[in-house]
Design a protein. Structure first.
Length: 260
């Protein structure tokens, strides 16, 4: 079995894949920059025991990380767990997709994983909107090449900044309000955050479609708040919660096949 790890700035998601590519199970945990290889192994062990899995079933691992200090910790974790290095999905790693940018090595590993998985499952052109710590939009053109995208503050990040800077505002549940026009402070905040995120995604995707002349691009939503935002818009053709983890697996499979 393959263990895939997506280390984000706020949360880390973990996927366990069978040899045929089916997702056996998955877990989500907070990203703690103070974690060590030992603490990561301990957490993994807890998840495995909790759901009845054995370490021995894992034969390989692949990690995509935007937190360098944790990249090193996960590397040491798997060196001890597996006896060999995991695949590190990151700058310069072969992924089987042309990266048509001035500096391909500056693109985040999670963004490339999203693009690879989206093309494999939905074809091209395709646009991925990932609602994580940042809200990322990633674009693959009609020829199957990665063309870049946009990066903006994520919903939780925006909400935290608002609540910490505005003394009279307190945190509210991040959920879809009944109407765009808020009739209380709480619903006004929810409208601005959730419907605002949906409207931003609609506007950016519309401009990108026009710029690249890809009006038929499939629009994929992913990330922890994708389903919440999707309730405020008909933009998305599909919501795919496991997109990044499957992209990490696709890159691992590509590299293994390419090396052979």
């Amino acid at each position: 079995m393959l263990l895939t790890i997506d280390v984000g700035n706020t949360q880390t998601t973990i996927g366990l894949f069978n040899d045929d590519g089916t997702n056996e199970t998955g877990w989500r945990m907070p990203t703690l920059h103070t974690d060590t290889s030992d603490s990561l192994r301990s957490r993994l062990h807890g998840y495995f025991v909790m759901d009845g899995y054995e370490y021995a079933a894992v034969t390989d691992a692949a990690v995509a990380s935007v937190v360098p200090v944790l990249t090193r910790a996960w590397l040491r974790c798997f060196q001890r767990m597996l006896g060999h290095d995991p695949l590190l999905v990151g700058p310069g790693a072969s992924c089987g997709m042309p990266i048509n940018l001035q500096n391909p090595k500056r693109v985040g590993a999670d963004r490339i994983a999203n693009a690879v998985a989206a093309v494999r499952r939905y074809g091209s052109p395709v646009i991925v909107v990932d609602f994580g710590t940042a809200t990322n939009i990633d674009v693959v053109d009609r020829d199957g090449a990665y063309r870049g995208g946009t990066i903006g503050p994520g919903l939780i990040l925006s909400a935290d900044a608002l609540f910490s800077r505005a003394a009279k505002l307190s945190s509210v549940p991040i959920e879809m309000p009944a109407h765009a026009l808020g009739d209380s402070t709480e619903t006004a905040l929810q409208s601005g955050l959730v419907i605002g995120a949906a409207a931003q995604a609609e506007g950016l995707v519309s401009r990108i479609r026009d710029e690249l002349n890809i009006p038929d691009a499939t629009i994929v939503g992913t990330g922890g708040l994708a389903r919440t935002v999707s309730a405020a818009t008909d933009l998305f053709d599909v919501i795919d919660a496991d997109l990044t983890l499957r992209g990490i697996r696709e890159i691992w499979l590509w590299q293994r096949t390419h090396e052979e």
